[in-house]
Write a protein that binds this ligand. Structure first.
Ligand SMILES: [Zn+2]
Ligand SMILES: [Zn+2]
Length: 643
């Protein structure tokens, strides 16, 4: 029998008989691994464990811990969901059932069944029952004709529609139990790996995402290899709901959206405005100390500006359309980016190399047309304010400038207790340089500068090839919130192209004209997104320095109102945002109401406090901190403002 050479991830090579299955190979390594492995890849093609190998190659195995394992697990679960639904609702038709970041979905045409009456707990029961039966996922290759006649007989027009797009000779079916699906695979070996399952949500979805097509019912679901994993997931989901910035935004009166104003256009309320202003103030001061100059530019710009910058060509058709004016032939665009305006500011007067780097900063509001399906609270909006800045520098200054920006971004994270973050350096695709514009030597230099800059800090970064923008490499900062969800926040991008498009120049040492390098950077990203993520991260319990309401004074009896008012006056004079609850209510009710509003400091005042010239402090989430005099209180507040 002929032999094949199989190479393992540790580079060791073993001989196997040709025709050996991936499962036999994994069993030959370790029985305990064989119990956990869900799917394999051979020469980078992901395949079923039952696949037989007949050529030399590199093998890899994936378990639940790997993304490949998880998505195969969830994709396979979608088949079981379909089987469960079909057995309870005969005659239904199936669209597609892919895995997503948390679970999977299946688009289903329930035909004559009443969609509003779908019994999800019945489906869940059937699903788990099928899993217990240890049904194997069995692959078979079918001709296009056979595939068509199978689904014609079944009466499933959606699958027929999908088959139309497939090539004869490349079509496969998978069968488990009493269910056969059109699918290219791969799948987990059998249903016994699936131990828990829940239908999370149902929604309407147009066939192939086209609103001219029929509407199907999308069942969102999730499954796990252990029961307790589902319990943990549901707990996190509940926690996420409590922290949802859209919910907290309304309860704490931070912001809202008005249909009359337009969707995706955020309305900041007084409380949210205070948070914004404080974050902007913080950033402004940090930027001034790093030598940035702040500017203000208009919310619109001539279309020509964006034709020059290249933004019109790239985004013009899919964004807000030009504004026409009666008197001249010009057209204007709502500004999608601040960079072109800042390039023009650089161009205002000639520059010598001695002036570089020039750092131009603006809290610039930009407008981008997001599809309505893409809008999501404050994290995806159509109008938002960036803490934007553009650094114009020489090639030799790139590394130091990047270090300065990193310092700023890390300061932001530290000040707001984002302790868990990831840094990604995005470089060119090594194999395909045609996607990028500009001199490859300049690219090499910029890429090395970014990598070197990160090395100079104690930040660990992942280098990813092929993720750079077409005009230059970048560094992205992602934070994980308390629910392990990852969010992209700050970014630093090196750009050689835009300065050329705007004919930006400076005069170098030898009196010759040179093009500066441009660095785009935004530590917060946008205020809307940043505040949304911050709100969820701290569950609305903002640090004292940005809390919209910092202190509330709660008199126990009317007799102390005057004393309470005198305390308020003193705190007002120190610029603390202080309020006074003079309602005739029980103190327990006043405390509860202040807690709901998530006010960091409650000062409780009774006759005792008035007599001893003190206040009793109650701190959100810490509880009673005892009686202190005003002097001590102010020291405490000052310390808290710094942390
Ligand atoms: Zn499948
Ligand atoms: Zn920019």
């Amino acid at each position: 029998m002929s032999k094949i050479k199989v190479q393992f991830p540790d580079n060791s090579v073993k001989d196997f008989n040709s025709g050996v299955s991936c499962f036999e190979i994994v069993k030959s390594i370790s029985n305990s691994l064989a119990k956990k492995v869900l799917v394999a890849s051979y020469n980078d093609n992901i395949i079923d464990l039952s696949s037989q190998l007949t050529t030399d190659g590199k093998i890899k195995f994936y378990t639940w811990e790997d993304d490949e394992g998880k998505s195969t697990f969830w994709h396979s679960s979608a088949h079981v969901l379909a089987e469960s639904v079909e057995s309870l609702y005969p005659g239904v038709k199936f669209g597609i059932g892919p895995p997503i970041s948390n679970g999977f979905y299946y688009d289903i045409d329930f035909c004559d069944h009443d969609v509003s009456n779908i019994n999800t707990s019945k489906i869940e029961e059937k699903f788990l029952n099928l899993c217990k039966q240890n049904l194997e996922f069995i692959r078979s290759e079918v001709s296009k004709n056979d595939a068509k006649s199978y689904f014609k007989d079944k009466g499933d027009n959606l699958k027929l529609d999908l088959i139309d797009d497939l090539k004869d000779g490349e079509i496969s079916f998978y069968n488990q139990g009493n269910f056969t699906d059109l699918c290219k695979g791969p799948h987990i070996p059998s249903t016994k790996f699936i131990k828990s399952f829940k239908i999370l949500n149902t929604a309407g979805a147009y066939w192939r995402g086209d609103e001219n097509n029929q509407q199907l019912t999308r069942l969102y679901a999730i499954s796990f290899p252990k029961q307790n994993m589902l319990e943990d997931f549901i707990m996190k989901l509940e926690e996420a709901k409590k922290r949802d910035h859209r919910k907290l935004g309304k309860e704490l009166e931070l912001f809202f959206f008005s249909d009359k104003v337009g969707s995706g256009l955020p309305m900041w309320l007084p409380n949210g405005h205070i948070i914004r202003e404080n974050l902007m103030e913080f950033m402004k001061n940090e930027q001034i100390s790093q030598g940035y100059k702040h500017v203000t530019t208009p919310h619109i710009g001539s279309k020509k500006l964006y034709v020059t910058s290249g933004h019109y060509e790239k985004y013009g058709e899919s964004s807000f359309q030009p504004i026409e004016v009666p008197s001249d032939n010009d057209e204007y665009l709502l500004k999608p980016m601040n960079c072109p305006h800042h390039c023009e500011i650089f161009n205002f007067k000639p520059h010598s190399y001695k002036e570089l780097p020039i750092r131009i900063a603006e809290f610039g509001t930009v407008y981008r047309y997001e599809q309505s399906g893409e809008l999501h609270g404050m994290t995806r909006v159509r109008g938002f304010t960036q803490d934007d800045a553009h650094i114009f520098c020489t090639i030799d200054q790139v590394k130091d400038e990047v270090l300065g920006v990193m310092d700023l971004i890390l300061k932001v994270f530290k000040s707001l207790s984002f302790d868990d973050y990831k840094v990604q350096i995005s470089l060119r695709d090594k194999e395909d340089s045609s996607k990028y514009i500009g001199d490859s030597k300049l690219w090499d230099k910029a890429e090395n500068d970014l990598v070197d800059a990160v090395k100079d800090t104690d930040v660990k970064a992942e280098v990813v090839h092929g993720e750079a923008a077409f005009y230059g490499p970048k560094i992205d900062f992602m934070v994980s919130d308390s629910l392990d969800r990852e969010w992209q926040l700050g970014t630093i991008q090196v750009d050689y192209q835009l300065p050329k498009r705007f004919n930006l120049e400076y005069v170098d040492k030898n009196n010759s004209k040179k093009t500066p390098v441009l660095i785009h950077r935004a530590p917060f990203g946008s205020l809307e997104r940043f505040i949304a993520i911050l709100t969820e991260h701290c569950e609305g319990n903002f640090p004292l320095w940005i809390a919209p309401k910092q202190i509330i004074i709660l008199p126990i009896t009317e007799k102390v109102n005057e004393y309470a008012e005198s305390i308020k006056k003193k705190l007002d004079n120190l610029n603390y945002r202080t309020s006074l609850d003079l309602r005739i209510e029980k103190i327990s009710k006043k405390i509860r109401d202040a807690e709901v509003k998530k006010i960091p400091y409650m000062l409780i005042i009774g006759e005792d406090e008035m007599k001893s010239n003190t206040v009793s402090i109650r701190k959100k989430s810490i509880g009673d901190k005892g009686k202190v005099n005003l002097e001590k209180l102010i020291t405490m507040l000052e310390d808290d403002m710094k942390s």
